[in-house]
Design a protein around this ligand. Structure first.
Ligand code: ZN
Length: 511
């Protein structure tokens, strides 16, 4: 299985490490970031220099590099910041609630070596990557009550459920996967042809592995539908499903296999980096969508991918040769039809919501959420984000349901081989109120209702028994502590350190 695979990356030896001329500035920044003043908000700082990766915390550090045999050579000084990489920590929900805002010494950082290494494989990687603490509330810097982005287990932990034809029924099981494993597993489930290489991979940039034991290779579905519930805390989702508050998710959990410890997002555990990871099986440092925003040294420009203005063209930053699940389907069945609803990572899809924008059109979005099904009025009215996300998610469902019926707007569609539905409401609500809030629960209920609409459309299409489904999120969501403020940007400026900070935590020197 996946969990243990820490295969050094193909790109090792390339990527980015701190340049000689920036050593002094980097040391000055580290002195500030690892000072006691910032201890409550900085778990650790990651870097790559002198041919090795480093994780540095206030009371210890570890240097590591691949040992050439699938493991790592490590040198530890003081306390090892990456000592605990367990995937099951703070799960299920009561364990998370009993240990809110864990200190880094009590926290876990799953697959940390692999995660740090893949990030610095990118030539656009920062000089320093600051990992904020679980408690850190940076609402003053544009953050929220609920947060993600860290390497820690709660912020990395996305739910992962897979069910239907060709999937073994195991229910909720106490085990973990990685988001890089999702696309290869779905490609194998569909029966896509493996690449002509020695490793039996399904996608050209694949870092993940097929989770073989959840699949029944004697059965192949005609259709696979994927649901992404952005920013959904896995413990919260599984708990609501078990309590009957998310009956459609529960149906998938009961008939399929749900990874109780989740599927771990890749670093940085942010939206578009991990949407792309789910759909390509590659880490952000390898597929090219490094973060929601980063700095490209090659062109001397800031790249912003995750904003409404840039979503339609975000995939131009995908590295050449990186394949999506849509591409894998088409390589096997050139005439197969695939569809992507409400998803910026849509490369290779025959139908995509973002095609409307690229054609210079606006897709038919309702003016307001008034009267739409599965919208909790109590939160639609006061919350602008809840309202906007409800409208957008409703539009996505209309497209998915229309395509499954054979008609959407004025066009006809064949039955897809792969249909992808992305929902944004859960992220908006879990950011706004934190993952354990009423607004978060309302968002899960609303999204569950929308999933139900898609399941009903599959049934009406007469292919429910010939279909498989998977549900995933792009990262976890952790409740921050409003008392835990602080801003490393201010501390660095006061110390006279000149640095460019992208995405809050990607520090670039000399640019
Ligand atoms: Zn997200």
């Amino acid at each position: 299985m996946t969990g243990t695979a820490a295969r050094p990356t193909a790109a090792a030896g390339r990527g980015h490490e701190v340049a000689d001329e920036h050593r002094e500035a980097v040391e000055a920044a580290l002195a500030v970031l690892l000072d006691g003043e910032l201890e409550p908000v900085v778990d650790m700082v990651l870097t790559r220099r002198d041919g090795a990766y480093e994780a540095l915390a206030h009371d210890g550090r570890v240097r590591f590099r691949p040992d050439g045999a699938g493991g790592w050579v490590r040198e530890v000084e003081g306390a090892d910041p990456l000592a605990d990489q367990s995937t099951g920590k703070f799960s299920p929900l009561d364990a998370e609630l009993a240990a809110k805002h864990p200190h880094r010494r009590d926290n876990a950082y799953p697959f940390a070596h692999e995660q740090v290494a893949q990030l610095f494989d990118s030539p656009a990687a920062p000089d320093l990557c600051v990992i904020h603490s679980a408690a850190h509330n940076w609402e003053d810097q544009g953050g929220h009550r609920g947060e993600h982005g860290s390497l820690d287990v709660v912020q990395a932990r996305a739910p992962f459920v897979i069910a239907g034809k060709g999937v073994r029924s195991g229910g909720l099981v106490p085990r973990a996967a990685r988001l890089v494993d999702v696309a290869p597993t779905v490609a194998a489930l569909l029966g896509c042809a493996p690449l002509d290489d020695d490793e039996g991979r399904y996608l050209r940039a694949q870092d993940g592995a097929v989770i073989e034991d959840v699949l029944d290779p004697t059965e192949r579905p005609r259709l696979v539908v994927g649901f992404l519930l952005d920013g959904t805390n896995a413990n919260v989702l599984y708990d609501m499903a078990a309590r009957g508050e998310a009956p459609n998710v529960a149906r998938l959990v009961e008939t399929g296999t749900a990874f109780g410890h989740g599927a771990m997002a890749s670093l940085p555990t942010v939206t578009l980096a991990n949407h792309t990871t789910i759909l390509t099986g590659a880490h952000p440092g390898h597929h090219g969508i490094l973060h929601n925003a980063w700095f490209d040294r090659a062109t001397g420009r800031q790249i912003v991918t995750n904003s409404s203005a840039t979503w339609p063209t975000a995939m131009r930053h995908l590295r050449p040769g990186v394949e999506t699940l849509h591409d894998a389907v088409h390589r096997t069945w050139p005439d197969a039809f695939t569809a992507s609803c409400n998803e910026p990572c849509d490369t290779g899809a025959d139908y995509s919501t973002f095609d409307f924008f690229r054609r210079g059109e606006v897709p038919p979005i309702p003016d307001s959420p008034e009267g739409l099904p599965h919208t909790t009025e109590r939160f639609v009215r006061p919350s602008k984000d809840y309202s906007w996300s409800s409208v957008v998610d409703h539009m996505g469902v209309e497209q998915a349901v229309g395509i499954l019926s054979g008609h959407y707007r004025d066009a006809s569609y064949p039955l897809p081989r792969f249909l992808w539905c992305n929902f944004t409401l859960t992220d908006a609500a879990m950011h706004e109120g934190g993952p354990h809030s009423e607004i978060a629960a309302a968002a899960v209920r609303d999204c569950d209702g929308r999933i139900g609409e898609v399941l009903a459309a599959v049934e009406r299409a007469g292919v429910l028994d010939d279909a498989a489904f998977f549900l995933v999120a792009d990262h976890g969501m952790e409740e921050t502590d409003p008392e835990c403020r602080g801003d490393w940007g201010v501390a660095l400026a006061q110390a006279g350190v000149t640095v460019r900070d992208e995405g809050y935590g990607f520090l670039y020197f000399g640019v």
